[in-house]
Design a protein around this ligand. Sequence first.
Ligand code: ZN
Length: 93
Amino acid sequence: MNETLALEANPFEGDFGSPGDRLLSKKIVTLRKERECDHCGQMAMRGTRCRTQSEIFDGALHRYTWCSDCTDALAKSDEDEGDAWEARNRRNF
Ligand SMILES: [Zn+2]
């Protein structure tokens, strides 16, 4: 997986925020405990490389974790125009 590309992709493309919205951090980490993926809903497993992000959105702190499969789909979204990412959306399952 190209982790630089996975970080550069915007998971929230098309969503509109408010003026106070602020990105606090985004990084690719090795998960220390499993968590539910915020995109596809499957479990992001311990020990896998996953993108995480924290931000202020609508005045509240939000933390996101994307499983390694979704992170991989993000890394490809530059070349496939987001098809792999959109296909993993939990609403499509
Ligand atoms: Zn996922």
